[in-house]
Design a protein around this ligand. Structure first.
Ligand code: PEP
Ligand code: MG
Length: 557
């Protein structure tokens, strides 16, 4: 048995024979042509057919997988119709008398190179689309069919990487799992795998793909492992794990679409925490009531320069649109402490967790802050978006944030750019200071979100990054629980709602006491949404005496 470790982009267990996908090579030689007009017509005919094929693929993908994934092929149509692309090909055909295949390959290479140097990850990730779309034209020119990868039986697809068109063209009923050597969580293969509900591993590293072909394997998408020719013990262990997960999963699925109420009828919102677009599928799949926390800094951390307003807007808009009217809470940048990127050029600090971070940084570097806020406001025109400010310690910070938001709105108004009328503003309650002034903060904002991860760290003076203290902190420390109660009471007496978006919200052993304290919402990682909902539905808060006694017992009141 050989065990290969990768990164899981979608959970689940899959079994099957490995089918290694290898792109057949197209030979492109440079030829001198005599009649550029004729060559140009060859090109335009091939391009038109390629665009038409992409249109058909887009429609098919929209029907079989979904509109968002189908957009990939719309983008490829746009690439082929782009004037820069066309000029590149034209210059090579007319000025250098090159054959059309060579002109397309060369233009695609030049354009992809330019995009690779681009500022935004989004643009860089489109390089694959330029190659994919160009290859389609070249195949047309050479009368080669677009390669169909025919699967005889249900297979585990292993590849160096898969182009979006290749992934989408596969017969879904025959794909057990995807495993790629390269790939990123945001690659289209990963996006498609998640949407298609197929276990997928990326980053298998230096593996000789040829040697895997035809071998029986098991993919464990929970642990991010592929077992090639597994031994009997592994087969039994995986089967046990699968059965266990399957049972849990099946029971949980029944909760989808049901109202999320306690036995006595109290409605509790259960939202999902996500880091970006890549997690959206999982939030939807788990029937989250909305996005309770989008940790917007993750997008900044995955790159080496600032994202521009367009890229941020694209991301935020997609989240609100895909959540289809459900609430989406986007937290403004929480950079600093453990989450840093060199290009922010932050000074080295003795205690970065207590230093220049989150809202402090945003108020200091308002250019960065405003770019993000404008993108959020613009996205708010497409759904229900709320803005959440992290690491608040003072009401003056809230006034200053509001001031910046007003300036951004004025800028958008002056450019006639629409934004939502009722964008709510909330603050994270994750410092003891915010807890103690939560009565004052509650007058200034529309909602609270309690960040128990940081609240525990700052209340208990225990570094959340230090694994040595992991077991030192009791998960239900009295100080933190009492703080939550105080925050909820202050919020409710000012008519605003409170959510917990820290890990504590997903701790099933605490759900009852949190609800006893009248918490309104919980926001947890997508796979935790349904387990939390099951717990909520099992609780009965109608017995006031019982609730009081729970609070007295747990909070020592
Ligand atoms: C928290 O502090 O609890 C929180 C939700 O934010 P983060 O974990 O991103 O600091
Ligand atoms: Mg925090």
């Amino acid at each position: 048995m050989v065990t290969l470790k990768g990164r899981s982009v979608y959970g689940g267990i899959a079994r099957g024979v490995i089918s290694v996908y290898q792109r057949d090579r197209i030979n492109i030689n440079r030829r001198k042509i005599k009649d550029p007009e004729k060559e140009w017509r060859r090109y335009t005919d091939a391009k038109d057919s390629a665009v038409e094929a992409l249109r058909a693929l887009r429609d098919r993908t929209a029907e079989e997988i979904g509109e968002t994934d189908a957009d990939i092929f719309y983008i490829q149509q746009l690439i082929l119709s782009d004037s820069q692309y066309e000029t590149g090909v034209k210059t090579l055909i007319f000025d250098e008398k090159c054959n059309a295949e060579y002109a397309v390959a060369k233009t695609s290479q030049m354009l992809a190179e330019m995009m690779r140097q681009g500022d935004s990850d989004y643009i860089r990730e489109r390089c694959t689309d330029v190659h994919d779309a160009s290859e389609r034209i070249i195949r047309q020119l050479q009368n080669l069919s677009v390669k169909e990868f025919v699967l005889e039986e249900v297979s585990i697809i292993c590849a160096d990487d898969l182009l979006p068109s290749e992934t989408a063209s596969l017969d879904k009923s025959k794909v057990a799992a995807f495993c790629t050597r390269g790939g990123s969580t945001n690659s289209h293969t990963a996006i498609l795998a998640r949407t298609m509900n197929i276990p997928a591993l990326i980053g298998l590293g230096d593996v000789k793909m040829d040697e895997l072909d035809g071998k029986y394997a098991i993919v464990d998408g929970y642990d991010g492992v592929i077992y090639i020719e597994p031994d009997n013990e592994t087969i039994r262990n995986v089967a046990r794990r699968e059965e266990e997960e399957g049972r849990k999963h099946e029971l949980l699925q029944r909760l989808k679409g049901r109202r999320n109420v306690t036995r006595d009828g109290k409605e509790i919102e259960v939202y999902a925490n996500i880091g970006g677009l890549a997690d959206l599928g999982s939030a939807i799949e788990n029937d989250a009531g909305g996005i309770g926390l989008l940790r917007s800094e993750f997008l900044y951390l995955q790159r080496d320069s600032f994202p521009d307003e367009e890229e941020l807007f694209y991301n935020y808009r997609r989240v609100v649109e895909e959540m289809g009217g459900k609430r989406v809470v986007i937290r403004t940048l929480d950079i600093g402490a453990d989450k840093t990127a060199d290009y922010f050029e932050l000074d080295k600090e003795e205690n970065p967790a207590l230093g220049m971070r989150a809202v402090r940084l945003c108020l200091r570097r308002q250019d960065i802050f405003k770019t993000q806020l404008r993108a959020m406001l613009r996205a708010s025109a497409y759904g229900k978006l709320s803005i959440l400010i992290p690491m608040i310690i003072d009401v003056d910070e809230v006034y200053r944030v509001k001031d910046v938001i007003h300036k951004c709105k004025d800028e958008l108004i002056s450019k006639h750019i629409p934004f939502g009328e009722n964008v709510e503003l909330g603050v994270m309650i994750e410092t003891p200071a915010a807890v103690m002034i939560s009565d004052i903060l509650a007058r200034e904002v529309d909602f609270f979100s309690i960040g128990t991860n940081d609240l525990e760290q700052y209340t208990l003076a225990i570094d959340r990054q230090n694994p040595n203290y992991e077991n030192v902190v009791p998960p239900n420390h009295l100080a933190v629980l009492r703080m939550i109660k105080l925050v909820v009471d202050n919020a409710h007496s000012h008519g605003i709602k409170v959510c917990i978006c820290g890990e504590m919200g997903a701790d099933l052993s605490l759900t009852e006491i949190l609800l006893d304290m009248q918490l309104d919402a919980l926001s947890v990682a997508p796979p935790q949404v349904l387990p939390i909902r099951r717990m909520i539905r099992s609780l009965n808060l109608s017995d006031r005496r019982q609730v009081r006694s729970n609070i007295q017992r747990v909070l020592h009141y």
